[in-house]
Design a protein around this ligand. Structure first.
Ligand code: S3P
Length: 423
């Protein structure tokens, strides 16, 4: 695909539903008593993988343009799948599901695509085993993962990394455990699981960075309205900030404080972002308007990292257009995402002439000189593809992107939306 530099971006858009919340809505809807109607569900490949896995365990899930309807089978109602559960490219499906499968009275095996088979699963295997799970993985760290029936008990577990996937896997296993389960995070990560648990009647206590779950008798289905994904909005926030003359509004964006690091960092870099129409639903939601402005470099590290972990590739693009140096540190987790996102972004930004240096836990971008056109690789990583597309809009000359179709993981319509805005 070729992308030409463009004039100002203008308009009002709605980006697709939140990926993290969509996964959880299907999972908890499946385990609840009663019917869950989900609106705003993300019809991306990752979330469809979650639906597919639960259908294979006997859950009836109806997908239409309007909504996704999950007929809950109750905490103990899943049935043994007849074949391997295939999680595609989805780390969230794989990790969260491992917690649920650990508590079932049947054996199951889960596997995903080539990328998933390279991503570390030892981080979930370890605490699940401490809870009594019988779980096997390739080389004790990778998919395929096989879970055998076992009696689980609650534990107190200090997470070695601030990972919402890991936290959620343990809490989901905690649904099936004898006694309380407590996880202690090094820094707060997205809390969608905890919020949804509460909405479904599960007793969850938070004390500083410690989260304690009391195993419930059952979960009560509630309808779920999924807000738009701030991780998808991020591409347009950066595009609006770097393409001269732009002004655009993204409607109905989920602004859960555990996810809004991108807004804080862009503002810190001098971006003009305003919030309007704020409302507190199951998750806080608002409209975001961004206007072009001159950006400058900043430092990003510490507790903000989990609040913007998926947005760091597009933040690196903003940094390339910002005057001065941007330092990203404490972001080692980027190495174990859909691709090694530090190496991917450093390699591709360099191709466009950006002065960028890889470090052990992040990168240093010396921005300000307009990147030139280049032929980009996506590493089969949706977020790398969309970040580079944003760069291309404001580059000096045309760029090429290989395998643009990888955006379908989280944002199938991404390029159409970009065109509609003038890209
Ligand atoms: C997610 C958590 C994050 C994020 C991923 C979705 C989730 O991963 O990168 O895209 O839905 O819990 P980690 O929690 O492992 O950092």
């Amino acid at each position: 695909m070729q992308i030409q530099p463009c004039g100002p971006l203008h308009g009002e858009i709605t980006v697709p539903g939140d990926k993290s919340i969509s996964h959880r809505a299907v999972m908890l809807g499946a385990l609840a008593n009663g019917t869950t109607h989900i609106t705003g569900f993300l019809m991306g490949e990752d979330c469809l993988s979650t639906i597919d896995c639960f259908r294979k365990m006997g859950v009836s899930i109806d997908v239409s343009d309007k909504e996704v309807v999950v007929e809950g089978v109750g905490l103990h109602g899943l049935t043994a799948p007849e074949c391997e559960l295939y999680t595609g490219n989805s780390g969230t499906t794989t990790r969260l599901l491992s917690g649920i499968l650990a508590g079932q009275s049947f054996t199951s095996t889960m596997n995903g695509d080539a990328t998933i088979q390279r991503r570390p699963m030892g981080r979930v295997m370890k605490p699940l085993r401490e809870m009594g799970a019988s779980i096997e993985g390739k080389d004790d760290n990778f998919c395929p993962l096989t879970m055998h029936p076992s009696e689980l008990h609650g534990i107190e577990y200090r997470l070695p990394v601030a990972s919402a996937q890991l936290k959620s896997a343990i809490l989901l296993a905690g649904l099936y455990a004898e006694g309380q389960t407590t996880v202690i995070e090094p820094a707060p990560s997205r809390d969608h699981t905890e919020r949804m648990f509460r909405a479904l009647g599960v007793e969850i206590e938070t004390n500083g960075n410690a989260i304690t779950l009391n195993p419930p008798e059952d979960l009560h289905a509630v309808d779920i309205a999924v807000p738009s994904d701030i991780s998808s909005a991020a591409y347009f926030l950066v595009a609006g900030a770097i393409v001269p003359g732009s002004e655009l509004t993204i409607k109905n964006v989920g602004v859960n404080p555990t996810r809004t690091g991108i807004i804080d960092v862009l503002r810190d870099m001098g971006a003009d972002i305003t919030e309007s129409n704020f409302r507190e639903e199951a998750e806080p939601v608002c409209d975001l308007t961004v206007r072009y402005s001159r950006l400058h470099g900043t430092e990003i590290g510490g507790a903000i990292i989990p609040r913007l972990i998926d947005e760091l590739p597009v933040i690196a693009v903003a940094a390339a257009f910002a005057e001065g140096e941007t330092v990203i540190r404490d972001a080692q987790e980027l190495k174990v995402k859909e691709s090694n996102r530090i190496a991917s972004m450093v390699a591709e930004l360099s191709k466009a002439g950006v002065d960028v240096e890889e470090t052990d836990d992040g990168m240093i971008v010396r921005g300000g000189a307009k990147p030139h056109g280049a032929s980009f690789e996506t590493y089969k990583d949706h977020r790398i593809a969309m970040s580079l597309a944003v760069l291309a809009l404001a580059a000096r000359s045309a760029c090429r992107i290989d395998e643009p179709e990888v955006v379908a993981i989280s944002y199938p319509d991404f390029f159409h939306t970009l065109e509609r805005l003038g890209g």
